[in-house]
Design a protein around this ligand. Structure first.
Ligand SMILES: *[C@@H]1O[C@H](CO)[C@@H](O)[C@H](O)[C@H]1NC(C)=O
Ligand SMILES: *[C@@H]1O[C@H](CO)[C@@H](O)[C@H](O)[C@H]1NC(C)=O
Ligand SMILES: *[C@@H]1O[C@H](CO)[C@@H](O)[C@H](O)[C@H]1NC(C)=O
Length: 213
């Protein structure tokens, strides 16, 4: 793997993207989180599932679940921000995009999607080409009560194991209406996904959770 050229890395990441998009399309999420546990005002729960390690980081699927009863997030929609604890960069996003590219002048051949240390992410619009979507993406930031919004992110210059990786921190969640405050990033039990035929359970390599109220 060390001798991969950047071109090969790009191809292997594209393959990961496609295979994971396929995986998502034939799986469904554990439904326990769909029930409101009776929380008074509810919250927005952000979950990062690391689903693959890559040559210089990882591929993650990020979910935002709106646990607020009867409070939909309407257009222009949510905006998710965080701070990278090291020099992580975003190679690629599917189903969402960062609002700014940042200074990627240190990269000569493959140019990352975003080099900012504090990226801000917005949803992709409806009508995004099918090959740039994942399940539950692309609603222009609209996030109805008791539903989730997802995107996929390929992170580089990050650790490549559950020991060396450093989770993103200091999350912000912005939406029209009252403001939100996000708690710390916590390492939680890895999410388990069940295949559509229910014959197989797949587990995330690592899962982080942030709750915003
Ligand atoms: C967030 O909401 C979910 C669902 O209502 C609840 O289970 C969870 O305890 C809440 N978390 C916090 C920190 O309020
Ligand atoms: C995150 O926020 C804490 C508390 O405000 C601050 O001490 C820390 O430096 C921040 N970390 C980053 C990476 O911005
Ligand atoms: C890291 O992975 C090892 C096995 O691969 C596991 O035993 C350990 O609990 C994991 N640690 C974390 C923090 O996920």
């Amino acid at each position: 793997m060390e001798t991969l050229t950047p071109h090969c890395i790009r191809i292997s990441m594209a393959k990961l993207t496609i295979s994971f998009a396929f995986l998502l399309s034939c799986s469904f999420f554990a439904s326990t989180e769909a029930y409101d546990a009776g929380g008074s005002n509810g919250n927005i729960t952000i979950k990062w599932d690391v689903v693959n390690w890559t040559p210089d980081g990882y591929l993650a699927v990020v979910d935002m679940f709106n646990h607020q009863k009867n409070r939909n997030i309407e257009a222009p929609g949510w905006r998710l921000g965080w701070t990278w604890p090291r020099k992580q960069i975003i190679w690629q996003m599917v189903g969402a995009q960062t609002t700014e590219h940042g200074d990627c002048s240190g990269f000569k051949r493959n140019i990352p999607h975003c080099c900012k240390s504090n990226p801000q992410v917005i949803d992709s619009p409806p009508g995004t080409p099918y090959n740039q979507q994942i399940a539950n993406c692309c609603r222009g930031g609209v996030l109805r009560a008791n539903t989730l919004s997802s995107f996929q992110v390929t992170v580089g210059q990050a650790g490549t194991s559950n020991i060396t990786v450093k989770p993103p921190m200091n999350f912000t969640f912005k939406a029209p209406g009252p403001g939100y405050t996000c708690g710390p990033t916590k390492i939680v039990r890895p999410t388990q996904f069940t295949t559509a035929d229910k014959l197989r359970t797949i587990q995330a390599l690592m899962t982080w959770k942030v709750v915003c109220t």
